[in-house]
Design a protein around this ligand. Structure first.
Ligand code: GLA
Length: 351
């Protein structure tokens, strides 16, 4: 990826890049839609990464190009008008400039093998790698947490996706062979050894709706908290509602707020959270029948990738069973890749 990004930078701008960084996509082992409710999550970084190489440009100017389409876009990041992936890069730039951690303008070339819209957090891989590359370009040594914060605010405040902190935090802090337990209310993290093999089954379903649906889901969770504050005035996060008071919670909330709250409070009710898709359900059922240790959707849901935890001895059998079941139902075979817990953001040599 680094070589591709550097080559694109040179062919587009006629000079070599001066800084480079990369960051991974992720899957989440447990705790979906809990991060923005102040609950715990347990993501793992993937081997698939996004690499960003950068060089200086005139003040106020962002010149961005990606290997996906090779189209150069020029934008003034101080205006709020960037569209598509440019909005994420512009958000990062605004955050960095506001923090005094970036020069006034930049050229950027991007190469990535993190699939877009597959529930693997291609957006956090982009924002974290961009923040790291631009801070490196400006010679400002930011910590992984500071980078994660900048990337989070770029997406949340500037692009307007009302996400939690999971994706940016794992992309910045991951270490190989570990999952990362993030307590999202306090942002406390703990590295948890994880040596499992994960199959990623891409359902091929891409919901343009996912961002709108996520924002709506979050608004429902916030409405639930507002009502529950009558019961428990000090309640800050939905995830902090005492699990022993589930009956009281159910009495206090009308639908659909009740279902949302039950999901967040009772981790075990996850499958009733209504963010799945038939393709995901089919993969999970087929994987479990074939002897998988566990299987579930990853990320926001509504399509994207299903995650299957396997024992190496049964991997071939499980893979074949998923392919067969999916083909029978949808007339096509889903791409399946193997993932292991990988490394987070890092600086890259520029050539
Ligand atoms: C998206 C968001 C995350 C998280 C997941 C659901 O990936 O970006 O912050 O809320 O959905 O767990």
């Amino acid at each position: 990826m680094r070589v591709k990004a550097s080559a694109l930078f040179r062919s587009t701008f006629g000079v070599a890049p001066a800084a480079a960084a990369s960051a991974p996509g992720r899957v989440n082992l447990i705790g979906e839609h809990t991060d923005y409710n102040g609950g715990p999550v347990l993501p793992v970084a993937l081997g698939a990464r996004t690499t960003v190489v950068a060089g200086p440009a005139d003040s106020g100017l962002l010149e961005i190009v990606s290997t996906r389409d090779g189209q150069l876009a020029r934008l003034d990041y101080r205006e709020n008008r960037a569209a598509g992936w440019g909005a994420y890069v512009a958000g990062v730039m605004r955050e960095l400039v506001a923090a005094g951690a970036a020069a006034g303008g930049a050229r950027i070339a991007v190469a990535s093998d993190v699939p877009i819209g597959a529930g693997l957090s291609s957006s956090a891989a982009l924002t974290v790698a961009t923040a790291k590359a631009l801070a490196t370009l400006a010679r400002v040594p930011l910590s992984a947490r500071q980078i994660a914060g900048i990337a989070f605010r770029a997406e949340h405040d500037h692009v307007g996706v009302r996400c939690g902190i999971m994706d940016q935090t794992i992309a910045a802090l991951a270490t190989p062979g570990h999952a990362l337990l993030i307590e999202c209310a306090s942002a406390e993290t703990r590295q948890i050894p994880f040596r499992g093999r994960l199959l990623l089954v891409d359902t091929g379903v891409r919901h343009e709706l996912a961002r709108g649906a996520l924002n709506e889901r979050r608004a429902e969770c916030e409405a639930a908290v507002a009502r529950l504050k009558l019961e428990l005035p000090e309640l800050m996060w939905l995830a902090a509602w005492p699990a022993a008071w589930l009956a009281r919670l159910k009495r206090a909330l009308p639908e659909p707020l009740r279902s949302r709250a039950v999901h967040v409070v009772g981790e075990t009710a996850r499958t009733r959270f209504e963010c799945s898709a038939p393709e995901l359900d089919l993969v999970v059922a087929a994987a479990k029948r074939a002897g998988a240790l566990g299987a579930r959707l990853s990320g926001a849901g509504w399509g994207g990738t299903a995650l299957v935890l396997v024992d190496r001895k049964r991997e071939a059998r499980i893979t074949a069973a998923i392919r067969r079941a999916f083909h029978r139902a949808y007339g096509r075979e889903p791409p399946i890749t193997v993932a292991r817990a990988s490394v987070g953001m890092r600086r890259e040599p520029v050539r």
